[in-house]
Write a protein that binds this ligand. Structure first.
Ligand code: SF4
Length: 455
């Protein structure tokens, strides 16, 4: 069961419902997706309706007809760190409600993706179909700048009008699942919005709008350039850990392999409850949680003690895997276990089933920068492990993808030719070396010998 969380936002009560459902009726885990949503696996056929009812009762399924199309990214730190041009959380809720209220928009493809960016350009690079950026008012279609501006108080109307135009021009049919599939579609959609007065051509100095005055944010990522034909580049994940001193307490925590145990989810819900706050699932498979100002250090200690990661140098950061043989019939390898062994010494990896955990996984421990045999590879480049060539859940941006072949792995670096190796251990050695090189700490070790297949 996949549940959409517009903007990744989930309140503690709803998170508790999901944790209970995973524990009682599923495989005990909540999987975080690369779109900031949540999946439950292993639900028995008899439990599905009951879990759906519980989710509906918790407000997680506001529309039976539109659930598949509630795909909305939002800047995860918006309203918390003061760095965006506006707090876009209310706008995300408005967009979700208006989307669900339009029967015609239930026909959007399930992959159609909206994004509301708070001005820092952190979610506009996520292969979006329709995106809007606060501050500049930039409208993006198919992940590219359109040269059009939309005022904040018209952003919801403009984004939904763009989605309707997509459908009107043939989108949503075989071969046209995304805005980028429509030949000349972005120009026609943009022209339609302009004709209706919802968007206007950019000017050199955009006027302030209702959702924040334009300004240079100086943040990681790639600020939208009006009229730029280039696709937006993915931004780096929000840094794991606590915000700078002085900010209201919250933390970004990496979730090993993007899997929250029911116990971790319950603890996150209790933490947010105590703070009177919420939890945000980010599209980088981490979580943001508000902390109680009376005891942020104690709360953080409990969260990291439960296996969540607050150390940006932890080898779990930037490491992900698809379901593999533990959850997918197409898988050619147990990629979760193979991926976990990159972060934790193999002796500590006991299983990936719910009854056990990555025992004594050094979630917060930073390995030595140079690396050593048997040591976990440090954080560095993003590495994704996939059980087959479909590469489900591959993160956006530069990533080393290890694809199981049935006899080993084929490793696809972001640049350069793929390398095929004959074992999981050789794949891990390659990935560890690549990570160290990405982190600027590569020891002088030989490349792994390619397998006979590669030769
Ligand atoms: S990448 Fe392949 S093995 Fe992994 S979840 Fe997708 S279909 Fe299954």
């Amino acid at each position: 069961m996949r549940l959409r969380l517009p903007g990744g936002q989930i309140d503690p009560g709803a998170l508790r419902v999901l944790a209970t459902a995973a524990h009682r009726s599923g495989d005990g885990w909540l999987e975080l997706t690369s779109r900031g949503n949540v999946q439950l696996r292993g639900l028995t056929a008899g439990a599905v309706q009951s879990v759906a009812d519980q989710c509906a009762g918790a407000g997680l399924l506001p529309s039976a007809t539109h659930e598949r199309v509630r795909n909305i990214l939002g800047s995860p730190l918006s309203g918390r760190d003061g760095l965006g041009a506006a707090d876009i959380r209310p706008l995300v809720r408005q967009l979700d409600a208006a989307l669900c209220a339009d029967p015609a928009l239930a026909a959007l493809p399930g992959r159609f993706l909206f994004a509301v960016d708070d001005g820092r350009a952190d979610v506009t690079g996520f292969d979006t179909d329709v995106a809007w950026q606060a501050g500049t008012g930039t409208l993006l279609l198919a992940g590219r700048g359109t040269g059009l501006r939309v005022a904040g108080d018209r952003a919801v109307a403009a984004m939904l009008a763009a989605a309707r135009e997509f459908l009107a021009q043939g989108g949503g049919r075989e071969g046209s699942w995304r805005m980028s599939d429509l030949d000349g579609g972005t120009e026609r959609v943009g022209a339609a919005l302009t004709a209706r007065g919802l968007a206007s051509p950019a000017v050199a100095s955009p006027a302030p709008d209702a959702l924040g005055a334009p300004r240079t944010l100086g943040l990681p990522g790639s600020p939208a350039v009006p009229g730029s034909p280039a696709r937006e580049r993915p931004a780096p994940a929000p840094p794991v850990g606590l915000p700078p001193a002085g900010a209201s307490p919250w933390a970004v925590l990496a979730v090993p392999l993007g899997r929250l145990s029911a116990g971790q989810a319950t603890l996150l819900a209790a933490t947010a409850d105590a703070a009177g706050g919420a939890v945000v699932v980010t599209p980088w498979r981490s979580v943001v949680v508000d902390l109680d100002p009376a005891d942020p250090a104690g709360q953080l200690l409990r969260l990291t003690g439960a296996g969540l990661v607050d150390d940006p140098g932890s080898p779990w950061v930037g490491l992900s895997a698809c379901a593999g043989t533990t959850g997918c019939a197409s898988a050619l390898a147990d990629v979760r276990t193979d991926a976990a062994a990159l972060a934790a010494p193999p002796a500590t990896v006991v299983a990936t089933r719910p009854a056990t955990v990555l025992a004594a996984a050094p979630a917060g421990r930073r390995p030595p920068p140079g690396g050593a045999p048997g040591e976990p590879a440090p954080a560095g480049g993003v590495v994704h492990w996939a059980g087959c060539e479909r590469r489900c859940g591959q993160p956006v941006g530069p990533v080393l993808v290890a694809v199981a072949t049935g006899t080993g792995y084929r490793l696809h670096p972001p640049a350069g030719a793929p390398v095929t190796v004959g074992s999981a251990a050789a794949a891990r050695a390659f990935a560890a070396r690549w990570r160290r090189r990405s982190a600027g700490t590569a020891p002088r070790t030989p490349r792994p010998a390619p397998s006979r297949e590669a030769a």
